[in-house]
Design a protein around this ligand. Structure first.
Ligand code: ATP
Ligand code: MG
Length: 273
């Protein structure tokens, strides 16, 4: 039996507990979103409700627009000149493309990348960087934020005796958890993650997945992953993207057991992509 068939079987056996929480509060409402890179359209009429304190997974073949979509949620595409966007993204009732306070938006909606991208400075300074930029200078306060953030990212015990050492001396898996701690230190509501474990070994991947389950208590998480088992293991809802469109969006258990669209079924069972 292939691994994806195995996941499918598992979901057919035990119905996901999230059925109890079906009507969570909407944190991000996306309505009829279109995105163009110059003449080329990359997102087509995307509408989706992302629920508070859930993990929403974005899956789909390479080039289907997952990263593009993720970046619209904190206006990272604004950095690309050719990008044109229409439609609406409403976070906590506010249309993020109508407000000019992009700094505030990116504090509220943090991001973790595929590669840890830590700064060449100490572990402590990496975490304290954002809070310092926001004007926090008090040493005690900074120490508190650094410890809390590292604890929340399940990396405190591994680094507490070497906070002054370079962050680049850590393993890839440790660096990724420090990168997550750095995001947490900004106290965001939403954390976007673009393939956060694709550069990690299986054990580090598992640690990050366990961390995600714990982080869900405090944050709304949107994660892009190529790993079907990961989407099935960690997320509450899954959106399947194909050629810039959302083909199907539903509870993860439904997407992996009884998807409505044939193309979703073909993808999750590994028949294409
Ligand atoms: N900066 C850019 N300028 C022009 N086109 C872009 C740019 N970034 C992405 N694209 C195009 O937009 C489409 C969607 O790309 P995107 O990176 O969002 O896909 P993806 O689903 O994240 O793929 P992958 O799984 O490989 O990361 C692709 O056709 C890509 O070539
Ligand atoms: Mg991508």
């Amino acid at each position: 039996m292939s691994v994806s068939e195995h996941v499918l079987q598992k979901y057919k056996r035990d119905k996901s507990p999230i059925l109890n929480r079906l009507d969570g509060k909407t944190k991000i409402k996306v309505e009829n979103l279109n995105l163009f890179y110059g003449e080329k359209q990359a997102l087509f009429d995307v509408s989706i409700d992302i629920k508070e304190k859930e993990i929403t997974a974005l899956i789909g073949p390479s080039g289907c627009g997952k990263s593009t979509f993720l970046r619209t949620l904190n206006r990272m595409n604004d950095l690309i000149d050719s990008v044109k966007i229409n439609g609406k993204i409403i976070i906590d009732g506010e249309d993020i493309y109508k407000s000019n306070d992009v700094i505030k938006l990116r504090t509220k909606v943090g991001m973790v990348f595929q590669k840890p991208n830590l700064f060449p400075m100490s572990i402590f300074d990496n975490i304290a960087y954002g809070p310092r930029m926001h004007g926090i200078k008090n040493k005690g306060k900074l120490e508190q934020i650094v410890e809390e953030s590292l604890r929340s990212a399940a990396i405190w015990d591994e680094v507490k005796d070497r906070l002054k050492s370079s962050a680049l001396g850590l393993s890839g898996g440790q660096q990724q958890r420090v990168a997550i701690a750095r995001t947490i230190a900004m106290k965001p509501d939403v954390i976007l993650m673009d393939e956060p474990t694709s550069a990690l070994d299986p054990i580090s991947t598992l640690k990050v997945e366990e961390l995600l389950a714990q982080m869900k208590e405090d944050f709304t998480i949107v994660i892009v992953t190529h790993n079907m088992q990961q989407a099935a293991r960690v997320s509450d809802r899954t959106a399947f993207f194909l050629n810039g469109e959302i083909i199907e969006f539903d509870e993860t258990s439904k997407i992996f057991s009884t998807p409505t669209d044939q193309r979703t079924e073909d993808y999750v069972t590994g028949r294409f992509g």
